[in-house]
Each structure stands twice: as structure tokens, then as C-alpha cells.
Design a protein around this ligand. Structure first.
Ligand code: CO
Length: 211
């Protein structure tokens, strides 16, 4: 059997088991999508959001990219965020990174990786802002893992800065923002930062008075 054929076969048996367990499973999901959570995570194949949280289809709206970044010029992320916040009315947005993240490791090195350099540039900025704290750590692994945590915190702040979140905080007092890190060694999620609705930001941002 070819590699990809396994996926198609597994899909057939998954769909069959789902209907056996719950005959209305697909019918319910066809007509309505009302997740409470938006997940912004790393594309890493070892961090599947629904599996590690034991959530079902329909429960988490998901966006993934290399190193779980929130970049203000990323139309893909902004479109997902706007749809999740304004249409789906999610209550929580979770930025989830993971220890041992290859994207963060790459950003800490001097190697050139081609087009992804421009994406990793954003992480290099987080490193620069926190270099004093990171550089004193004794091992490479600790330095990478600290930058991974600081990167998550930074992306939560980036989220809070978006006009989408600012407007929704002001009008609806939601969503709650969370930064989590996943440990590949034990499969556990650890909360490392959070911003409840209307958390003041540490610098002047645009006002949204005319909403
Ligand atoms: Co990663």
C-alpha cells in the first residue's frame, strides 16, 4: 500500500466508527459551527491541538504557522482572527507554542534558510528584546526554551494590539487571550501568559472610539 493510501483508508474507518458511536455526529456538525476557542499554534506535526486537548470537531477553530506567530501584516492570520472573533464569537484565543520548536531554534542560529528567514525575522526581534535574560542561561536548550516562552508571550501581546481584539474587547468584553507552551516530553500544556479582556497595554496604542 502506498503511504498516502493509508490516510484514505483510515479516514473511512474513522467515519464509520464515529457514526457507530453517535449516529447524529456528522448531521449536527454540518449545519452549525460554534467553537468557543481559536487556537494559534505551531505547524509542527507533533502538536495536534484537538488530540492534546481531547476536543472534538467543531470545538476549536485552528490557525497554524511556523512558530505560532501573530504578525500584523499576515492576512491569513488576520482573516482567521477576524472571522473567529466577529462571526464565531469565540470566548478564548490561545497562542500555543512548544518546547524544542524548530522555528525558534532556527531563528537563534546564523544559518540562512531561504524565504523562511523573513518569517523567522520576527522571532529574532523577540530575541533581541530579551537577549540579556536569554544569554545568561547556561545551556543551548535552556536558551531556546526561554525564547520559546518569551515568543509566546510576545505573540499574545501582538494579538492584544490588533484592532480586531481591541474593538472586540471594547464592545463585547471578549475574548480572553492565553499563551500556553506544550512539552513534547510529557504531553502537558503549561499556561505561561494571559490577558483578560481590556488588559491595558504597556505602550500607547490606537484608540477605537468610533466603534
Ligand atoms: Co514549532
Amino acid at each position: 500500500m502506498k503511504h498516502y493510501e493509508r490516510l484514505l483508508l483510515e479516514n473511512k474507518s474513522w467515519a464509520k466508527v464515529k457514526v457507530q458511536e453517535d449516529p447524529q455526529f456528522f448531521e449536527r456538525l454540518v449545519n452549525i459551527q460554534r467553537p468557543d476557542f481559536l487556537w494559534i499554534g505551531c505547524s509542527d506535526s507533533r502538536v495536534p491541538p484537538d488530540q492534546i486537548t481531547q476536543t472534538q470537531p467543531g470545538e476549536i477553530f485552528i490557525h497554524r504557522n511556523v512558530a505560532n506567530l501573530v504578525v500584523h501584516t499576515d492576512l491569513n492570520m488576520l482573516s482567521v482572527l477576524q472571522y473567529a472573533v466577529e462571526v464565531l464569537e469565540v470566548k478564548h484565543v490561545i497562542v500555543c507554542g512548544h518546547y524544542g520548536c524548530g522555528g525558534v531554534k532556527a531563528a537563534m542560529s546564523r544559518h540562512s534558510f531561504g524565504i523562511i528567514n523573513k518569517w523567522l525575522r520576527n522571532i529574532k526581534d523577540v530575541y533581541r528584546l530579551n537577549a540579556q535574560e536569554i544569554d545568561v542561561l547556561p545551556t543551548e536548550e535552556e536558551r531556546v526554551n526561554r525564547l520559546i516562552e518569551l515568543n509566546i508571550k510576545h505573540q499574545v501581546l501582538n494579538l492584544a494590539e490588533t484592532s480586531i481584539i481591541q474593538a472586540s474587547w471594547k464592545k463585547f468584553n471578549r475574548p480572553y487571550l492565553h499563551g500556553w507552551v506544550y512539552d513534547l516530553h510529557d504531553g502537558l500544556l503549561k499556561p505561561i501568559s494571559e490577558m483578560p479582556p481590556n488588559t491595558p497595554l504597556p505602550y500607547p496604542i490606537y484608540q477605537f472610539d468610533n466603534l
